[in-house]
Design a protein around this ligand. Sequence first.
Ligand SMILES: [Cu+2]
Length: 138
Amino acid sequence: MYRRRFLARAGAAGVTIGGAATLTGCLDEGQDVGMTANRFIPDELTVTVGDTVVWENTSTRTHTVTAYEGGIPDSAEYFASGGYDDEVTAREAWNGAFGGGLENGDRFSYAFTVPGRYDYVCIPHEEGGMYATVFVEE
Ligand SMILES: [Cu+2]
């Protein structure tokens, strides 16, 4: 259900999902989600269980990919750039020494093994609305 809706919208935006996602002028092969100064591109992505999503910082600002602990399925393993085990630790690390920060060209990946909805955020740009969602289908 999500996939169809996403693809319909993605088509308009020029995004192709399927092994390698591309967004002209932003994403290169092998990346699924890129980043502008204050956005994840695309901000909604639908994948299948078992898929690995690759984020790449395609901007010149430092960003994080940090899952909302209450925004992922209960049985899913927590994820955050920097490899932190939970959201509190990820936020403390960022606030303390920019832990988990992705610089231009840095990548972060996560293999989705549990279906459901995953909401995540960029800690330094949360107030600017830099958060996004991955939908994982069976
Ligand atoms: Cu950011």
